[in-house]
Design a protein around this ligand. Structure first.
Ligand SMILES: Cc1ncc(COP(=O)(O)O)c(C=O)c1O
Length: 405
């Protein structure tokens, strides 16, 4: 018995990734955080980079809540009360009061009857989508949907799947028309905000189109939305894509690990649907939940989003995002129009993308380069992500550096 033979194959695959410039395993290690001071937001220290403090323009923490004293305090207090981990899956003896309180708050926050936690949004999608899919179901998916949707579809083994061109509503409509009579049920699944580009699904149009065709399918058309990047980052009150499109999905999935600054995932829907999922989703039934302390921290984070402080943070986030978008366009760079704090600089070339990321790093700025096959060829980009913990000075500093590139 040995790994020798397979490791020859693994080596080839690793070399290929290195050659393509898409390897991810050489991770940067954060060793400390310098809190905001003198009009600057927090700076991050990295292993092997001495006392250089980096401006982090590649975090999903859109409101900076991971460092909020009340969130940290809620986590610490719950850890004191309940311990460091759940010790069992939910139905055995792993359900703590903070899990129940958080589920109730999530349902209320999203205007739904019920909510259910998972260990991550990825696990939520993998746990939820297959429970909607039968051997008579067609899954319809946006071409740029997140990897968790792609893998959840693979796990689901639907009767068939159809991919519509990114945000192309005519294509979606055509798919629903041409498949009439061929399947009993349809699941239309989409990201709310697309993580590579920051553009937003037209949930209002998707819902209208689904309603128009609902009668043509015996078991109806269900809309499932993953709004991991939208919730807490979009809309005056942070309800995400549903808020900006004034639409409610049948099933909404999101994360606690981005704008809410903690960790974990969840689904919200009707009580009947959530009861069904609690009985059927293996990633819920047979896998530990987030810790009671994480649940308490997430509850506090949502309470903050739902307060005047949260509304101010969201307004600040919008203004900083506008400052960045405006500055980029003024400097002659190309971006994707959106109001979301994911702001891509479209470079459209692999080498220049890598050079720009290295140049920013040399100037103490962390940004993410996205090259093929993570994005389509010709759409290579440097992705920037704004947070309410940044300041006007931070964005001005970034733009100054960029203008010298
Ligand atoms: C659309 C989408 N869904 C799910 C996830 C995964 O979230 P989590 O870290 O909670 O698993 C991401 C993370 O990048 C995402 O962009």
């Amino acid at each position: 018995m040995s790994l020798d033979k397979v490791e020859t194959i693994f080596s080839e695959q690793l070399s290929e990734k290195d050659k393509q410039g898409t390897a991810k395993r050489n991770e940067l290690v954060i060793t400390g955080i310098k809190p905001a001071v003198n009009g600057h937001g927090p700076r991050y220290f990295l292993a092997n980079q001495g006392d250089r403090g980096f401006l982090r323009l590649n975090s999903n923490s859109y409101l900076g809540l991971e460092n909020h004293p009340a969130v940290i305090n809620a986590e610490a207090q719950a850890a004191e009360l309940y311990g460091a981990g759940p010790g069992a899956v939910r139905f055995i003896s792993g359900t703590y009061q903070p899990h129940k309180d958080l589920e109730q708050k999530l349902a209320e926050f999203h205007g739904r009857e019920s909510a259910m936690l998972f260990s991550a949004a990825y696990a939520t999608m993998m746990g939820v989508l297959p429970q909607f899919i039968t051997e008579n179901t067609l899954v319809v998916s946006d071409a740029l949907n997140h990897n968790c949707i792609i893998n959840a579809i693979r796990l689901s083994k639907p009767a068939n799947k159809a991919i519509y061109a990114h945000l192309d509503m005519a294509d979606l409509k055509q798919i629903l028309k041409t498949n009439k009579g061929l399947f009993k049920r349809v699941c239309v699944v989409t990201d709310g905000v697309f993580s590579m580009r920051g553009d937003i699904a037209a949930l209002d149009q998707i819902t209208d189109i689904c309603k128009q065709h609902e009668q043509e399918y015996e078991e109806g058309i269900i809309t499932l939305v993953d709004d991991s990047h939208g919730v807490g980052a979009l809309g005056n009150t942070g309800r995400g894509t549903e808020e900006v499109t004034q639409t409610t999905a049948d099933v909404l999935i999101a994360t606690l690990g981005k704008a809410f600054g903690v960790n974990g995932g969840y689904v919200v829907s009707s009580t009947k649907t959530v009861d069904y999922l609690r009985e059927t989703a293996p990633l819920y039934i047979y896998s530990n939940p987030i810790t009671p302390a994480e649940a308490a921290a997430a509850l506090k984070a949502i309470q903050i989003v739902d307060s005047p402080e949260g509304i101010d943070k969201l307004e600040n986030l919008r203004q900083l995002t506008q400052q960045l978008r405006h500055g980029l366009i003024q400097a002659g760079f190309e971006t994707v129009p959106s109001e979301h704090p994911i702001v891509p600089i479209l470079i459209r070339d692999t080498e220049t993308t890598s050079t720009l990321v290295e140049y920013l790093f040399a100037n103490n700025i962390l940004a993410t380069g996205l090259n093929y096959p993570v994005v389509p060829k010709g759409e290579e980009e440097v992705r920037l992500q704004v947070s309410a913990s940044h300041t006007e000075k931070d964005i001005s500093y970034f733009l100054e550096v960029l203008n010298r590139f």
